[in-house]
Design a protein around this ligand. Sequence first.
Ligand SMILES: Nc1ncnc2c1ncn2[C@@H]1O[C@H](COP(=O)(O)OP(=O)(O)OP(=O)(O)O)[C@@H](O)[C@H]1O
Ligand SMILES: [Mg+2]
Ligand SMILES: [Zn+2]
Length: 521
Amino acid sequence: MISRLYSASVTGIKGYEVQVEVDARPVDDVGRMTIVGLPDAAVRESIQRVTAALSNSNFFQPGQLLVTVNLAPADVRKQGPGFDLPIALGLEMVIQQNCDNMPELFRRRVPAGLDDWCILGELALDGKVRGIRGVLPLAVAARNAGRRYLMVSQENATEASVVDGLQVYAVETLRDAWDVLLERERFSPVPAHSGEFRSIGEKDFDEVKGQPYARRAMEIAAAGGHNLLMCGSPGSGKSMLAARLPTILPPLTHDEALEASAIHSVCGLLPREGGLLRCRPFRAPHHTISDVGLMGGGSTITPGEISLAHHGVLFLDELPEFNRRTLETLRQPLESGVITISRASGTMDFPCSFMLVAAMNPCPCGYLGDPRHSCRCRPAEVVRYRQKISGPLLDRFDILIEVPPVNPASLLSKPDGESSAAILKRVLVARERQKLRYAGTGITCNARLSSKLVRTFCPLTGSQQNMLLAAVSQLGLSARAFDRILRVARTVADLAGHEQLADSDLYDAIQFRQFEQQLHS
Ligand SMILES: Nc1ncnc2c1ncn2[C@@H]1O[C@H](COP(=O)(O)OP(=O)(O)OP(=O)(O)O)[C@@H](O)[C@H]1O
Ligand SMILES: [Mg+2]
Ligand SMILES: [Zn+2]
């Protein structure tokens, strides 16, 4: 007699259902337990955890057994320690039903009719149930496969309870798990989590004094989803401005929150107190990050920083310090919003649609052009420093600005800057205009307009065409920069409430590219 329970596993960021079948029969010689169905190392080690957890939980261990665990479907790789709990429960069910010489003391009623359950959890040697990674996509997979009840550790309960259509039962130990399966009615499920969003609160644009030009650039970037590069001397507030960008971005929609949270879930990065990600992710990897850390990969393929920034902001501080080759690999995913990772273990697509925000100093010492410090760099050093950022990468930024040093007097002065809430209001109005305009095209913001759609949605008058052509030839801009100016102009117009691009909208957008020429020279 065998037992059959449902569990789930994840590849990349997608969950799928797995059937856990356990067969156990007594043997005369040495007992053995084998797991088949493409288990990874963590799944194979399940054997030791399951046996220890069962005996430490006072479940009966009959002498020598030949145990076979089959994880179906057999052709997909199974990852992680999450099968411990269903394997242990399944094994005990078989033992209870097949063992003739079991002392009365150990006899238990065996739960039945478990087809509605999906069971997930790692076991500690003492029988405690531990949390696992990726519970959110696993719970979604269980729900989509038609399961009604989900069993997870206490640690994973809030994360799982966001998924509607599933009743989540949190268990602390293997024995609890047995009791819950036996008499579900006696226990109450975890209250459904609304997955509500809360503002991040601590950081606010009102702390940023002065810097009207940089603040405006931030607002435009947020309103149209544009990539932004800031250049300025140390202490001018670049990192400070970037960190406040998420506070003026529109809240995540439910679908966006689910998608972004699934990525954080498989990386074990969802906040424990629960629910979905509440505000747009802001990822600021250090410039020493490896390619795998940034792009994703590894022996079991996991998402990198660019995917963790999905639907949010990727901030590359000290941009020229990043490995040049690493920066170049960013170009393709920046354009497509998807990264494809190929390894011996398979090929996987991860979403990575993010706003790129970067900061840099004007030169290696940082003070070139600063009226209050003199720059110690030789011209050749400045050129080498700037050349670390290739033309094609610069081309990916819609808005390039210089952030001047702050005047110390303005740091003490009142009033404070405008608050994030006030800026967000204008951003939301501009986003609403974009949503209406692009309804049915699958595009959500100006930054995502294709070259063709730019022509459709940003028509220019004759004199505007001349103005743009003059700017492009004077600044030596590429065809890609041409489209970028139009997209930014569209956002400036949306913020100003202009249905048609005004000359001033186009003019502002051109200003945001002026600086590119300086960086190249
Ligand atoms: N406009 C500003 N208003 C208020 N405080 C500011 C402003 N600019 C800078 N500061 C203060 O200076 C500190 C340093 O700013 P920040 O780290 O953002 O500079 P940075 O431009 O990123 O410098 P670096 O090039 O060295 O990275 C901030 O933490 C903040 O306290
Ligand atoms: Mg900084
Ligand atoms: Zn310098």
